[in-house]
Design a protein around this ligand. Structure first.
Ligand SMILES: NC(=O)c1ccc[n+]([C@@H]2O[C@H](COP(=O)([O-])OP(=O)(O)OC[C@H]3O[C@@H](n4cnc5c(N)ncnc54)[C@H](O)[C@@H]3O)[C@@H](O)[C@H]2O)c1
Length: 371
């Protein structure tokens, strides 16, 4: 199969969908890989590395879209790319269709086979192509929180770990899933006193088993949240209710209970945030202050660390890309239910129920289209 890797054109997106190591794997299995010039530069992969791995470098995205049977990307195609995508061409990337009617209609009209990273799903419900980005964002949440707790950046001027004779900071984490667990690991490693709140007692039991002694677990309810944020120096928002807006666990009136110049990092901002006063910010201007509390609400946190994020993402996506390239999407989906669940749009038909429902579009069962 001819696999195409265009350069990402979304603003501030420095990740690339396939690394030189990935090219070597695909080429080793008999595929041709076309990589757009400087596609990997933002992640530290120069064209020469791709060429050495067997890729063909192309200067034009148009040429890649015209020749490739499968396009592998990171972010959803932008309107200027819709017209380049061909009927029957596989596009394997993050789409997040439910957030954009324009994108959904663009892909329906293109006739392509859209396989969405975010809906590839394991039998246990895990979303293996979202997990790596949650791991990055969770770990970053504490790094950013520590930075914005510094005096010069508007914070309280407190060191997360304290020093001998001086108490460490209190870190409160709302949601103990992938983001929350990774944030807790980092904060605990720095020596902070960490409290994780979650509604799942099973999850809290698990976290209690594996976390060090400076991590406490607490059932998530309005009372416990209100009490915990009173003493918090850093609050990390990490809740997720799949397919729904995040609940407002910290309301505006609760901010008054918090210490002055404490910091909130609301990682859940991409689902509307779990703090009422949260609105999306960018890496250029990541924070703002409400009621003396610093808010950090960057919606694409992994974008700040493209070297790490590209490797984390491609470690997870490559095996699926190889399977699809080796077998074609029909056989790959028949052999691997995780890939089947990634299918969102095929030849103009919406085959993922949630996407059809989001826009009142006709839904066709995926098996009906594959048969
Ligand atoms: N800003 C970014 O750059 C970025 C990057 C990656 C992920 N995210 C977002 O971070 C959020 C968390 O992702 P995740 O992968 O950790 O999800 P996850 O499903 O692994 O974890 C979510 C946790 O929230 C818990 N939860 C649900 N309701 C709760 C409540 N009322 N109180 C406390 N806990 C509650 C769940 O039980 C679960 O353990 C998502 O919204 C995700 O989209 C943002």
């Amino acid at each position: 199969m001819i696999v195409g890797v265009p350069k990402e054109i979304k603003s501030n997106e420095n990740r690339v969908a396939v690394t030189p190591a990935g090219v070597e794997t695909l080429v080793g299995q008999g595929h041709t890989v076309m990589v757009e010039r400087s596609a990997g530069a933002g992640s530290g992969f120069e064209d020469a590395l791709y060429e050495k791995s067997g890729a063909k470098i192309s200067s034009a995205a148009e040429e890649i879209f015209a020749k490739a049977e499968m396009i592998v990307k990171v972010k959803e195609p932008l309107p200027v790319e819709y017209g380049l995508i061909r009927r029957g061409q596989i596009v394997f990337t993050y789409f997040h269709f439910a957030s954009s009617r324009e994108l959904t209609e663009g892909m329906i009209n293109s006739g392509c086979v859209a396989i969405a990273y975010e809906t590839v799903q394991k039998a246990n419900g895990e979303l293996p192509l979202l997990t790596p980005m949650s791991e990055v964002a969770g770990r970053m949440a504490v790094q950013e929180g520590a930075k914005f707790l510094e005096e010069s950046t508007g914070g309280r001027g407190i060191l997360l770990g304290g020093v001998p004779g001086v108490a460490p900071a209190n870190v409160v984490i709302l949601g103990g899933g992938i983001v929350g667990m990774n944030a807790a690991k980092m904060a605990a490693g720095l020596g902070a006193v960490v409290t994780i709140l979650d509604i799942s007692l099973d999850r809290l039991r698990y976290l209690d088993d594996i976390m060090p002694k400076n991590v406490l677990t607490l059932a998530s309810n309005a009372h416990n949240i209100r009490e915990s944020i009173k003493t918090a120096d850093l609050v990390v928002g990490a809740v997720l209710i799949p397919g729904a807006k995040a609940p407002n666990l910290v309301t505006r009136d609760m901010l008054k209970l918090m210490k002055k110049r404490s910091v909130i990092v609301d990682v859940a901002v991409d689902q509307g945030g779990c703090v009422e006063t949260c609105h999306p910010t960018t890496h250029e201007n990541p924070t703002y202050v409400v009621d003396d509390v610093v808010h950090y609400c960057v919606a694409n946190m992994p974008g700040a660390v493209p070297f790490t994020s590209t490797l984390a993402l491609t470690n997870a996506t490559l095996p699926y890309a190889v399977h699809i390239a080796n077998e074609g999407y029909v056989k790959a989906a028949e052999e691997n239910r995780e890939i089947l669940l990634g299918l969102n749009v095929i030849g103009g038909k919406v085959v993922y129920k949630g996407v059809a429902e989001a826009f009142g579009l006709p839904y066709v069962h995926v098996e009906q289209v594959l048969r």
